[in-house]
Write a protein that binds this ligand. Structure first.
Ligand SMILES: Cc1cc2nc3c(=O)[nH]c(=O)nc-3n(C[C@H](O)[C@H](O)[C@H](O)COP(=O)(O)OP(=O)(O)OC[C@H]3O[C@@H](n4cnc5c(N)ncnc54)[C@H](O)[C@@H]3O)c2cc1C
Length: 395
């Protein structure tokens, strides 16, 4: 089978690797329009992602493992207070390294990669290939070209964020709030290398305008933004250098396509479902899409029925993540409502914002600081939020 993959991000490259491992007789060509490193710094990857990968491709999993950094704590700071929570181990990797290891694996498996070349139009690819895999990200051109079939309405968030890299390895995931001229600034940060960490600075659109960060009326990341972010890093982490930053202040675009397949064209990864970065699951979801898509193609007789089987298997899980991600996005966009909350109430609300972490799970994860302290703010938070009541019996 001749397969065209549009987009050489994590989704497209994982698909190419799994496809060639499953069926060395398939010819896989990946088009990636960027020749330089694409945007982004560190990606958090859940442990489950590595376990899944270990089963499918131990070589690749081993190489990625050696490039990852690990940590166990989450530190939350708000309103002059802080709380540190021990959780299960988390890991992350630099996006550039992940893509470079994936490209090496693709070369070993004889995947053709056309770097620095935009893919031909999807109707043409659909004529010249038996299958077109659209892994071209949240702003997918393939999805736009078949808008009627895929039926997606991208939703633009109400906050602005910048993606930064700073020159120091943090030892925990850290979430901070700071105030600037009465505006709440959020900082999401985590290590991704032994000498670097990823930082996302986020704020409401109104705050971004009031703080005059719109450079010449555009969203470009100008000199005043560099100075602003460097000062935020200094206030939050001490004297640390800002090594790199995104080109602009972006608004997050959530995507949820109603259908992922039309004839021999299929969506995967962010092209099918882009969800707010605060859930840290986009890369794992793209990898799981790739695995299931390959399994369905290898197991079903015809392409259209394989694509339908893929959608049937992935859609329910992805929809559940998408609901949680939307709740998370809205929580961060409405953070002003929590600005006067005591750290304990704030931290609990932050942890359970998406509805994916239950009180049971928090207890299981051994989040001692929140569970055991008898400090009045924590007691009030436990009662108000209804968490850490007596455990329900799970039959
Ligand atoms: C600020 C931020 C932080 C994030 N943090 C995390 C995290 O910690 N953990 C996590 O799992 N996820 C995170 N994500 C999400 C994650 O980056 C995405 O879910 C993931 O990259 C999706 O992979 P993809 O391959 O589907 O799409 P992309 O990574 O967007 O890749 C698409 C590729 O297609 C290429 N392309 C587009 N059009 C064409 C064309 N016409 N021809 C050729 N090539 C084309 C693009 O250049 C790009 O390289 C974060 C996202 C953001 C914005």
């Amino acid at each position: 089978m001749r397969i065209a993959v549009v987009g050489g991000g994590p989704g497209g490259l994982f698909f190419a690797v799994f496809a060639r491992l499953a069926r060395p007789d398939w010819q896989v060509t990946v088009w990636e329009r960027d020749s330089a490193q694409s945007s982004g710094f560190g990606l958090v990857l859940p442990r489950r992602a590595l376990e899944t990968l270990r089963q499918r491709d131990p070589d690749l999993s081993h190489r990625l493992d050696s490039r990852m950094v690990w940590w166990e704590n989450v530190l939350i700071r708000h309103n002059g207070g802080s709380v540190s929570i021990a959780g299960p181990p988390y890991s992350s990797i630099s996006r550039a390294l992940l893509l470079s290891e994936l490209r090496v694996r693709c070369q070993e498996l004889q995947v053709q990669i056309r770097t620095g070349q935009a893919a031909p139009d999807s109707p043409e690819l659909a004529r010249t290939h038996e299958l077109v895999v659209a892994a071209d990200g949240a702003n997918s051109l393939v999805r736009s070209a078949h808008q009627r079939s895929f039926g997606s309405t991208p939703k633009v968030g109400r906050s602005r964020y910048a993606w930064l890299c700073m020159g120091e390895q943090l030892d925990a995931f850290q979430f901070y709030t700071l105030e600037r001229s009465g505006n709440v600034i959020q900082i999401h940060s985590y290590p991704h290398a032994t000498d670097a960490s990823t930082v996302i600075i986020e704020m409401r659109e109104e705050a971004w305008r009031r703080l005059s960060l719109a450079s010449d009326g555009t969203d470009a990341f100008g000199e005043s933004s560099v100075q602003f972010c460097q000062q935020i890093l200094t206030d939050a982490f001490g004297k640390v250098p800002l090594l790199a930053h995104s080109r602009s202040w972006r608004r997050f675009v959530s995507v949820s396509a109603e259908s992922w397949t039309t004839r021999n064209v299929v969506l995967m990864g962010d092209a099918a479902h882009a969800m707010h970065f605060s859930t840290g699951s986009g890369t794992k979801l793209a990898m799981d899409d790739a695995l299931v898509l390959v399994d369905c193609l290898a197991g079903e007789a015809g392409i259209e029925s394989a694509l339908q089987a893929y959608q049937n298997r992935r859609y329910p899980t992805v929809s559940e993540f998408a609901r949680a991600a939307e709740a998370s996005r809205v929580w961060f966009e409405e953070i002003d409502a929590y600005r006067d909350k005591h750290i304990s109430e704030f931290a609990l609300s932050l942890l359970i914002r998406s509805g994916r972490i239950s009180a049971e799970r928090l207890r299981w994860a051994g989040m001692q600081a929140l569970r055991d302290t008898d400090e009045p703010g924590f007691r009030r938070a436990r009662v108000e939020l209804g968490v850490f009541a007596e455990p329900r019996r799970i039959s």
